[in-house]
Design a protein around this ligand. Structure first.
Ligand code: NAD
Ligand code: UFG
Length: 350
């Protein structure tokens, strides 16, 4: 059987690059579309190296999804069997400061993509949604049926895109769509060659800890020590990015094998909650580095405890996360210590 062609938007980014590598290893042919707004072409080069022989099945187009003409050229170049759509802006704080940037990039980008897919008869989609759509969940673990809300423009783009997907599937039953709600992706490929390299000050916990460990920042600020949790700090469901990438392979499998699927949503998490202080302790153990802490008040908009119900994904996608917190920290440190400046250099980060 001929290898399936997958278009991956945002494939040069953190989760995208790990997923592209796994797609190549599973025998798919991949075309990445990315405008490199928050990533580097070096990630693509490293994925090609890591994939060995299968690296020849990857091609890259530096295209902004909102550029209809260029995007249509990509679709005209090949018949795609499915699209995995990672591309989007994701910094919560920035989305509050610049809502139009987020609505334009994430919504217009997605609509342009869906129009191009329709025009070229490609109607299978996996979309990167987020646990952010659960807001401050009324109960944990978060099941897929919980009420949804948006605490900021970034989260609202995820809610709107989920709705758009449900609407287009209702309008045309040929569409098969899987919405994946990621919990907190961390870690890196065990080779230490690819990992997360955020531009600017990291918003998220693990990249911040990593930059303290390599000496780029002096201390971690712990946001909130008075939550009703085991040690007073916020609790999240951290998931190894390699497990998350596997979840996309499982989702594609479902799209190709299940004729009855319409638009389905799955959580991708581990089902386990870990506090900020527990992560710090695990990272210190994995790296042998001390992480100085500054205890501070809560970060506005943060929930107290968020972790996934994993039953639906386990049952219907036959997928479950395999890695624990220590492996996540070990692989994060392996990437960080080999690449203290990510894909760049001290100059490129100054
Ligand atoms: P990332 O920033 O590393 O990757 C996103 C990629 O999309 C980048 O390479 C960026 O250059 C590209 N991109 C952005 N706008 C584009 C556009 N208009 N056209 C073409 N390319 C564009 O982020 P990530 O962590 O890999 O996240 C991937 C997806 O998963 C995002 O949609 C994000 O919202 C979602 N998500 C991430 C997390 C997380 O904590 N990392 C959690 C939940 C959901
Ligand atoms: N935290 C700190 N200090 C920091 C950064 C984070 O104490 O410098 C704490 C937060 O208060 C929270 C926990 O670490 O308790 C995790 O925070 P992150 O910012 O890493 O993750 P969030 O769960 O707040 O949000 C992330 C993404 C969202 C996404 C969500 C679910 O930023 O976009 O995970 O996937 F929607």
């Amino acid at each position: 059987m001929a290898a399936k062609n997958i278009l991956v938007t945002g494939g040069a980014g953190y989760i995208g690059s790990h997923t592209v590598l796994q797609l190549l290893q599973e025998g798919f042919c991949v075309v990445v579309v990315d405008n490199l707004d928050n990533s580097s072409e070096e990630a693509i080069r490293r994925v090609v190296q890591l994939a060995g022989d299968a690296g020849k099945n990857l091609s890259f187009a530096k295209v902004d999804l909102r550029d209809k003409e260029e995007l249509n050229k990509v679709f005209a170049s090949k018949k795609f069997d499915a699209v995995i759509h990672f591309a989007g802006l994701k910094a919560v704080g920035e989305s509050v400061q610049k809502p139009l940037l987020y609505y334009n990039n994430n919504l217009v980008g997605t609509i342009t993509l869906l129009e191009a897919m329709t025009a070229h008869g490609c109607k299978k989609l996996v979309f990167s949604s987020s646990a952010t759509v659960y807001g401050w969940p009324k109960q944990v673990p978060c099941t897929e049926e919980l009420p949804l809300s948006a605490a900021n423009p970034y989260g609202r783009t995820k809610l709107v895109i989920e709705d758009i997907c449900r609407d287009i599937q209702k309008s045309d039953s040929e569409w098969k769509i899987i919405l994946l709600r990621y919990f907190n992706p961390v870690g890196a490929h065990p080779s230490g060659c690819i990992g997360e390299d955020p531009h600017g000050t990291p918003n998220n916990l693990m990249p911040f800890i990593q930059q303290v460990a390599v000496g780029r920042r002096s201390a971690l600020t712990v946001y909130g020590t008075d939550y009703s949790t085991k040690d007073g700090t916020g609790v999240r469901d951290y998931i190894h990015v390699v497990d998350l990438a596997d979840g996309h392979i499982a989702a594609l499998g479902k799209l190709f094998q299940d004729n009855c699927i319409g638009c389905e949503v799955y959580n991708l998490g581990t089902g386990k909650g870990t506090s900020v202080l527990e992560i710090v302790t695990a990272f210190e153990k994995a790296s042998g580095k001390k992480i100085p802490l500054i205890m501070a008040s809560r970060r506005p908009g943060d929930a107290e405890i968020v972790y996934a119900s994993t039953e639906k994904a386990e049952h219907e996608l036959k997928w479950r996360a395999k890695h624990g917190i220590m492996e996540m920290c070990r692989d994060q440190w392996n990437w960080a210590s080999r690449n203290p400046w990510g894909y760049g250099s001290p100059e490129s980060h100054s």
